[in-house]
Design a protein around this ligand. Structure first.
Ligand SMILES: Nc1ncnc2c1ncn2[C@@H]1O[C@H](COP(=O)(O)OP(=O)(O)OP(=O)(O)O)[C@@H](O)[C@H]1O
Length: 235
């Protein structure tokens, strides 16, 4: 499998505080990487660094064969990296459809069209003319994912999409993700539910206090070992 994203040896700081130390991740074209770890481990920081919102103090990020370490976020969207941020961050006064159109502003050729998005997310089709502020949590999350897809990403970064949603709604979102994966889009998924993360992804990286505590293919990592790395206990 061709390497799509390779982040090497990343250090990221917030002032004097070092949130990531020597972190590396790799995702192949069409691959799926679960990024897990306790609260504050650095998962969101890593996703935001890949998306270009934070500049690493050290390390390199290569995407689709190019060094994007110094590229601003909008250029990374153009290159095919899209972030679905924690908390969704929709424009509350815009409709569902208008929010999705915002994501299409820097669309790459072959980006997902509205009809295709409505086919994969029928729940958005039903609420597309409603303002985002009036949507349920599950509808808002689907709109946030659809907005990212409207840019035509080759790599989708998903930050805790299950947070605060009913299990049945989360099942629906994961079903849509499986369809997305079938189209060849790679994903990095931050997910608190370890079993969901392991089931949805081939590879896993576990962060502990800003460092990679464990990484490898999900089918070769015993669950106990992942839990040990998650909590920093020796397994
Ligand atoms: N803007 C910021 N300024 C200072 N410190 C920050 C900032 N954002 C995050 N941090 C710190 O960096 C560390 C990593 O935070 P991050 O949000 O990346 O972790 P996380 O693994 O995504 O956690 P969670 O699961 O709670 O979202 C934490 O100690 C956090 O307090």
């Amino acid at each position: 499998m061709n390497v799509l994203l390779e982040a090497e040896d990343l250090d990221v700081r917030y002032g004097d505080f070092q949130a990531l130390s020597g972190v590396g991740v790799r995702v192949g074209e069409g691959g799926a990487l679960a990024l897990v770890g306790a609260n504050g481990a650095g998962k969101t920081t890593l996703l935001r660094t890949i998306a270009g919102a934070h500049r690493p103090a050290r390390g390199r990020i290569r995407f689709a064969g190019a060094d994007v370490t110094d590229s601003p976020p909008h250029q990374r969207v153009r290159a095919g990296i899209a972030l679905v941020p924690e908390g969704r961050r929709l424009f509350p006064s815009l409709t569902a459809e208008e929010n999705i159109r915002v994501g299409a502003v820097r669309a790459r050729p072959g980006a997902w069209t509205l009809p295709r998005l409505y086919e994969v997310f029928p729940l958005i089709a039903r609420c597309r003319t409603r303002r985002a502020a009036l949507l349920s949590g599950g509808e808002q999350q689907a709109v946030a994912i659809a907005r990212a897809l409207a840019s035509g990403p080759r790599l989708l970064l998903l930050d805790e999409i299950s947070l605060g949603l009913a299990p049945a709604v989360v099942d629906g979102l994961y079903g849509a993700l499986a369809e997305l994966r079938a189209t060849g889009t790679a994903v990095i998924l931050v997910e608190q539910d370890l079993d969901r993360a392991l089931a949805a992804c081939h590879d896993l990286v576990c962060l502990l206090e800003g460092r990679v505590a464990l990484s490898g293919p999900t089918d070769r990592l015993p669950r106990d070992q992942v839990i040990g790395a998650y909590f920093g206990s020796v397994s």
